[in-house]
Design a protein around this ligand. Structure first.
Ligand code: DPN
Ligand code: ZN
Length: 315
């Protein structure tokens, strides 16, 4: 152990020396991923996460569940940010099966070819037990940061790009169900893919790519993880997240998941560097799903994977 520590230290020292000797970073420093997509800064995603935590604490009495002020605050935050980024933003109100008021937020930039729409989404509500920062502040904030970067990098996309933040996922995918089932058939035809991001920064993170629908979308996502040498596993959503609402209306889907209440196996811990026998997210649906329940490495990788995938599908 000691010896290894010493080697690591001397490597660090050598790298530090090299860094001092190296010329200044050129102005053309790459801020793009290998396919040209914007490289998403983890700090930008975390800024949104911090805001959602503050909304839960200050407005929501500790949560952001449907029907609460924390959820309304989350809706207002996303609307304001997406509008500022240049999106056409609409709020779609609906009544949940249990009679509560909720809404979805939809943000869009029309493409040159408006007959094709690529959509990414995630649920914006938490459970009432806590602020829901991994579930699903992580997906909500990642797509918001990607939406901002995408608009800045490509304000005139080849096809229409659309983002959706769903209400009331936690009691039965109700927001996405409402949105999908109310899409007129011509709109369903325009929708070429729906990508879902629900829990993308679990503290003991796994790298799961949905494998229960479109193989080409899964391949596109996996191509990113291959670029950064992170092995993935396929996993079906099994009706547990909003992509199921789109599958049901015949739209091709895909997505990323870092795991919830299930425990990481020894083999998974070996390849992903996590803790064997421990849940992917020990705070799943609990009050401890706060700002400290976030794996920054997973968040950064997945935000880039989202950017990569949307870029591939919209060009
Ligand atoms: N839908 C997540 C939740 O909100 O509890 C959990 C989940 C996400 C499960 C994705 C499976 C796949
Ligand atoms: Zn949940």
């Amino acid at each position: 152990m000691r010896k290894r520590g010493a080697i690591v230290l001397s490597v660090v020292a050598a790298v530090a020396l090299l860094a001092t000797a190296a010329p200044a970073v050129p102005a053309t420093q790459t801020t793009a991923l290998p396919n040209g997509a914007p490289d998403i800064s983890t700090a930008a995603v975390k800024t949104h996460l911090t805001q959602l935590q503050t909304i839960a604490t200050n407005q929501g009495g500790g949560n952001r569940c449907t029907g609460s002020a924390g959820f309304t605050g989350s809706v207002n935050y996303v609307k304001q940010k997406a509008t500022a980024a240049g999106y056409r933003v609409t709020e779609q109100p609906f009544t949940t099966p249990s009679g509560r008021r909720s809404s979805n937020v939809i943000a869009e930039i029309p493409g040159h070819d408006t007959t094709k729409v690529i959509m990414a989404g995630g649920h914006l509500d938490s459970v009432c037990a806590g602020p829901g920062i991994n579930d699903n502040g992580s997906g909500s904030s990642s797509i918001l940061a990607v939406a901002e970067a995408f608009a800045a990098a490509n304000p005139n996309p080849a096809v229409t790009v659309r983002f959706g933040w769903w209400g009331d996922e936690e009691s039965g995918l109700n927001g996405s169900k409402y949105y999908a089932t109310n899409l007129p058939s011509a709109e369903r035809t325009r929708l070429k893919a729906y990508l879902n991001f629900d829990m993308v920064a679990s503290p003991n993170a796994g790298y799961f790519v949905y494998n229960d629908d479109d193989a080409a979308i899964a391949q596109t996502i996996n191509n990113y993880f291959a670029q950064i040498d992170v092995p993935t596993e396929g996993q079906g959503v099994g009706g547990r997240s909003d992509s199921a609402s789109f599958q049901r209306i015949g739209v091709k889907t895909g997505g990323i998941f870092t795991g919830a209440e299930q425990r990481m196996t020894a083999a998974q811990a070996q390849k992903w560097g996590g803790q064997s026998g421990v849940a992917f997210d020990r705070c799943y649906h609990r009050s401890c799903d706060t700002s400290s329940n976030i794996n920054d490495t997973a968040l950064g990788r997945n935000a880039d994977a989202i950017s990569w995938t949307i870029w591939e599908l919209t060009r």
